[in-house]
Ligand binder design. Structure first.
Ligand SMILES: Nc1ncnc2c1ncn2[C@@H]1O[C@H](COP(=O)(O)OP(=O)(O)OP(=O)(O)O)[C@@H](O)[C@H]1O
Length: 249
């Protein structure tokens, strides 16, 4: 079943040249799709339209077959800058999606603590964001998005500020979570290896549209050794070549 769909979507800022132009894309329920492309090609613009934070000038974005006109409760969004509330503790920041609609219960606090533990932040729950490193703050942002129990996760370079090993372990955690909860994911990254490792499909954006689309022929259960596999590297090379300026579909 198609879960997220862009139907002939276009967008420009301030009436200037179109950043996204008549784009069609379907993401299946439970599918993990990465968006890659040169800086400024419109990845964040596309993600913001899916999040209901930006309206397309033309075309429609649909989630579960309903047009998106505003932010949706079943959608979790993670940006590279985690935008945490400085005056609230780490735990309260994670609880924010709940406290915006009702008073958090003990079960909510336990769920928040479980996500923080999963992100390796159990001992930081009572601290304030300013006391955490940039990478730790990014992980709080991810825990907060997961607190919504989202069916669709939109992630914009969520691991960009992390060291290589933390990044790898969070990639494993994210994959496990997505598979076990059958989450649909749209994931932006500049790292081709990360895109191929995490995804069922990698989409290359170029010139306002889709320049290439690559299914990843790896089993659902991924292991870091797969990154050195010949097939894996063939997909990485194809993605890279499309990023260098492939034909627009
Ligand atoms: N609020 C805005 N107002 C005007 N122009 C904008 C705005 N946001 C983005 N743009 C422009 O739209 C284009 C696409 O931006 P977008 O952030 O979607 O690209 P991106 O592919 O995510 O880039 P990056 O990889 O550098 O994050 C860029 O040329 C950018 O300068």
């Amino acid at each position: 079943m198609v879960y997220l769909e862009f139907q002939g979507v276009s967008h420009n800022y301030n009436g200037e040249q179109q950043v996204i132009h008549g784009l069609h894309l379907q993401v299946q329920e439970g599918e993990f799709v990465s968006l890659v492309g040169r800086s400024g090609c419109g990845k964040t613009t596309l993600l913001k339209m899916a999040a209901g934070l930006l309206a397309p000038d033309e075309g429609t974005v649909r989630i579960a077959d309903k047009p998106v006109t505003e932010p949706q409760t079943q959608v979790g969004v993670v940006f590279q800058a985690p935008t945490l509330l400085e005056w609230q503790t780490v735990r309260d920041n994670v609880l924010l999606p709940v406290s915006l609609v009702r008073k958090p219960t003990r079960a909510d606090r336990e769920a928040a603590d479980a996500f923080l533990e999963r992100m390796g932040l159990a001992q930081h729950a009572d601290k304030y964001p300013a006391e955490l490193s940039g990478g730790q703050q990014s992980r709080v942002g991810i825990a907060r998005a997961l607190m919504r129990n989202p069916s669709l996760l939109l992630m914009d370079e969520p691991f960009a500020a992390l060291d290589a090993l933390t990044r790898e372990s969070l990639q494993e955690d994210l994959l496990q979570l997505c598979r076990s909860r059958k989450m649909t994911v749209l994931f932006i990254t500049h790292d081709i290896t990360e895109a191929v490792y995490l995804s069922d499909r990698v989409i290359v954006l170029h010139g306002g549209g889709i320049a290439g689309e690559y299914s990843v022929p790896l089993p659902d259960l991924r292991h870091y050794e797969m990154r050195y596999d010949g097939e894996f590297n063939r997909v990485c090379l194809a993605v890279r070549q499309a990023m260098e300026g492939g034909e627009r579909k």
